[in-house]
Design a protein around this ligand. Structure first.
Ligand SMILES: C[S@@+](CC[C@H](N)C(=O)[O-])C[C@H]1O[C@@H](n2cnc3c(N)ncnc32)[C@H](O)[C@@H]1O
Length: 359
């Protein structure tokens, strides 16, 4: 899976366990990103709907949530990946924009990304494998990029992994079917359900996913956009439609309260971290406003990889020190009295952080 700010890699087992504890059969992952939480819920035999506003997140959801591994011919997928991997590189948009105008990929990999992406569009557009092949390409590109985990900048010296050749791997598909939806959570929340369990993991501050992962947006849209700035961002990053209300300090709390109120689920679990614009008290209040009871689980968690490497300017130079590498991840859970009793019995839930290490 790709490097992604705010990805809940470490919390995945807890969230899966939480959904199982409340006996969920249907589940919503409303800000699904990499889809790793949705995947865990699907692995536990829940019928999952995965939603995000990002184009690449929709592709990941079509691959990991929407595609039933049982319906995929493994040999056909392997043959398609071999076919794509054998395409000779071409000089295209990625090479020109992300290897020469900027330095996100080494040119030998950029040319292969161009050739493979063209081939996916020309030869596999109508195939059920389309999102699976696109996911494979994005994940392969992510393994050889030259960033600290976001695409607002590339590092000054080529990252060691960028010297490796691009390698297409088959995504680890899951048995069962589910739903992938692209759209604005604020508009969709009330129409998606009902669900037994809904997990909400919105952005909590000014960092925009659209610009942080603009290369993945472009790899999916494949529209060769006009670009600007050192990082060659898509010009539509300046358009209001590509902005999320969750990145606006003055509107975020109201939007979040609305989504929490509207989502049609027996149990909601909302992720929160202590770098957010809203306080944990405010968030608990939003969940309490649904009726029923609330408990808050707290986990000590390491921050995303970029923060551990340092703060960089647009030229990839280190310009600041990171003050702390740990933060507390909270999960605020709302449901009826019996549910909250079961959750507290299983996880504690008094806001006292427990150190959580991945299984
Ligand atoms: C914190 S990340 C989610 C990470 C995810 N749980 C994971 O583990 O990969 C927040 C996500 O919200 C999405 N997003 C931002 N604004 C949105 C909106 N208005 N509606 C739906 N999704 C939105 C972003 O694209 C991003 O993927």
């Amino acid at each position: 899976m790709i490097k992604y700010i705010g990805s809940k890699r470490r919390l995945v087992p807890v969230l899966g366990d939480l959904a199982s504890t409340v006996g969920a059969r249907t589940a919503l992952d409303l800000f699904t990103g990499t889809t790793r939480v949705a995947q865990e819920l699907k692995r536990r035999d829940m019928r999952v709907t995965a939603v995000d506003s990002a184009r690449y997140a929709e592709v990941f959801a079509q691959c990991y949530v929407g595609t039933d591994a049982g319906a995929v011919d493994r040999e056909e997928l392997a043959a398609a990946l071999r076919d794509l991997a054998a395409r000779p590189g071409v000089d295209g948009y990625v090479t020109e924009t992300f290897c020469f105008s900027s330095r996100f990929f080494q040119p030998f990999n950029g040319r292969r990304i161009d050739a493979i992406r063209d081939a996916i569009e020309n030869d596999y557009r109508a195939s059920a494998l389309y999102p699976v092949l696109l996911t494979s390409l994005i994940e392969a590109a992510d393994r050889v990029d030259s960033t600290t985990g976001v695409q607002m900048a590339y590092v000054k010296q080529w990252a060691p992994r960028s010297f490796r050749p691009l390698e297409l791997r088959p995504p680890e598909l899951l048995i069962g079917s589910g739903r992938a939806v692209r759209g604005d959570a604020c508009e969709l929340a009330e129409s998606l359900g009902p669900f037994d369990f809904a997990y909400l993991d919105p952005p909590y501050n000014q960092h925009r996913y659209f610009t942080n992962y603009h290369i993945w947006e472009t790899l999916v849209a494949w529209d060769a956009p006009v670009h600007y700035g050192v990082a060659c961002k898509r010009v539509d990053a300046r358009d209001p439609e590509t902005r999320s209300v969750f990145n606006e300090r003055s509107r975020m709390a109201e939007a979040l309260a609305g989504v929490i109120r509207d989502v049609d689920a027996r149990v909601v679990a909302v992720s929160y971290n202590d770098e957010s614009w809203v306080s944990i008290d405010q968030l608990e209040g939003m969940v309490a406003a649904r009726g029923g009871q609330v408990c808050t689980l707290a986990f000590d968690s390491r921050r995303y990889v970029g923060a551990q490497i340092g703060i960089h300017n647009p030229r990839g130079q280190k310009v600041g020190k990171v003050s702390r590498l740990h933060n507390v991840e909270y999960v605020v859970v709302g449901g009826d009295a019996d549910t909250i009793k079961a959750v507290s019995g299983r996880f504690g839930g008094n806001r006292a952080p427990v150190t959580f290490e991945p299984a």
